[in-house]
Design a protein around this ligand. Structure first.
Ligand code: KG4
Ligand code: ZN
Length: 373
């Protein structure tokens, strides 16, 4: 079956088309197109995402990306006439989309004005093409992203009998989701089953990276910039706190760490700020990674998962990736799938489609929880 997915929860407009084929050894996925339009340059001058600007850009980008995705997936004929035709919207009403079996769309969590653009667009398409619409939680997309490899990959079957056919056992699956808006430890016993074992009590890990980047005058989004600077610094130079590292639960807190960095910078003589930037970045990054890895190890000890995975934008962080692999054998998403994309929404949408979890009129839910999904 072929699924078209739409993702507009934050500052990336994304549309993907994937093909899923059920085999004995699992489901084989093929990404036919994975289109992303990033709005980073538009939001960068504001130091963060501006919801109404994001909404305006999504509305502008969606028809363009849809056209590109259908064309790349070879679901519309590519004629000279078509490429000359500038009104892509007109062509969307033609009958060439019979090959699409379902549409998946992110309905939360995220910025509601942004989410609504994707939902409205998806609803119209589902109606026009007469296909079911499967609403997907953005975070379940990040969970499935750990299994995505290149343009073709397989996900093993969940049932024990079939599982033996493949040597890879997926469940119980423990996923550390670390993004700009979320830091959650999630346990799944089967597809579409999510138990939140722990979460951040204040800032998300990515948010802390973004705020520290601002303090270091690096720009937005901060994660990749802090981590690049950290390569040149000494991670043991400053002993920043590791909040909640020894707490008995699996919750996180990054706001105190962020404030410590702020106080450290404030107390530094201006002349030393530039020289210390690399050490501050490296010591901060090490503090975040130490907490994330320790909590993952704690969760592994308690829940004994068969698979440990990581998902979300901070999953692109090299120190976190290498430490998690070394200590837990975690499954890492390819870097191109750590950030927001629609291919991961399509994969999660496939499992929603199998479970017949459709809704013609989903509503945007900015604070949607995985446990409610
Ligand atoms: O998952 P994502 O693309 O969007 C959300 O759903 O939030 O995550 C974006 C977050 C940003 O906070 C960004 O600074 C962070 O991921 N990030 C990183 C790295 N690359 C992106 N944080 C640390 N190290 C990185 N290499
Ligand atoms: Zn995300």
């Amino acid at each position: 079956m072929v699924i078209l997915a739409i993702e507009t929860s934050c500052d990336e407009t994304a549309i993907a088309i994937i093909e899923a084929r059920k085999e004995k050894s699992g489901t084989d996925f093929k990404i036919l197109s994975n289109q992303i339009a990033s709005q980073i340059k538009i939001h960068a001058p504001f130091g963060g995402v501006v919801p109404n600007l994001a909404k305006r850009e999504h509305i502008k980008n969606l028809p363009i990306l849809l056209y590109r995705a259908l064309k790349e997936a070879k679901l519309i004929p590519i004629s000279k006439q078509e490429s000359k035709n500038s009104n892509q919207n007109q062509k969307l009403s033609t009958k060439n989309y019979k090959l699409i079996d379902a549409i998946a769309v992110t309905y939360g969590p995220g910025l509601e004005p942004a989410l609504w653009t994707g939902i409205n667009f998806a609803r119209e398409l589902a109606k026009k093409w007469r296909v079911p619409l499967a609403p997907v939680n953005h975070l379940e997309g990040h969970i499935y992203s750990a299994f995505m490899r290149g343009a073709q990959f397989s996900i093993p079957p969940p049932s024990p009998r079939l599982r033996r056919a493949s040597n890879f056992q997926m469940f119980p699956l423990l996923t550390l989701i670390v993004s700009g808006g979320h830091t959650e430890m999630v346990l799944s016993k089967k597809h579409l089953n999510y138990k939140i074992l722990g979460e951040t009590l204040d800032d998300a890990a990515g948010e802390a990276f973004d705020k520290v980047a601002r303090m270091l005058e690096l720009g937005y989004p901060g994660g990749p910039l802090v981590s690049k600077l950290a390569l040149k610094g000494n991670p043991n130079a400053i002993n920043f706190p590791r909040p909640m590292i020894h707490s008995k639960d699996l919750n996180f807190s990054f706001s105190g760490l962020k404030t410590s960095v702020l106080y450290y910078i404030r107390e530094l003589p201006q002349t030393k700020f530039w020289a210390m930037k690399t050490d501050i970045a490296a010591s901060f990054e090490k503090a975040v990674v130490d907490v994330l890895v320790k909590k993952t190890l704690d969760a592994v000890k308690i829940y004994k998962p068969r698979t440990v995975a990581i998902g979300g934008g901070v999953g692109a962080n090299n120190l976190l990736r290498s430490e998690l692999v070394k200590k837990t054998g975690a499954l890492l998403p390819e870097k191109k799938f750590t950030g927001d994309n629609a291919a991961m929404i399509a994969v999660a949408g496939y499992y929603r489609f199998l479970a017949k979890k459709f809704n013609k009129n989903p509503k945007a839910e900015g604070n949607l929880k995985l446990s409610k999904t």
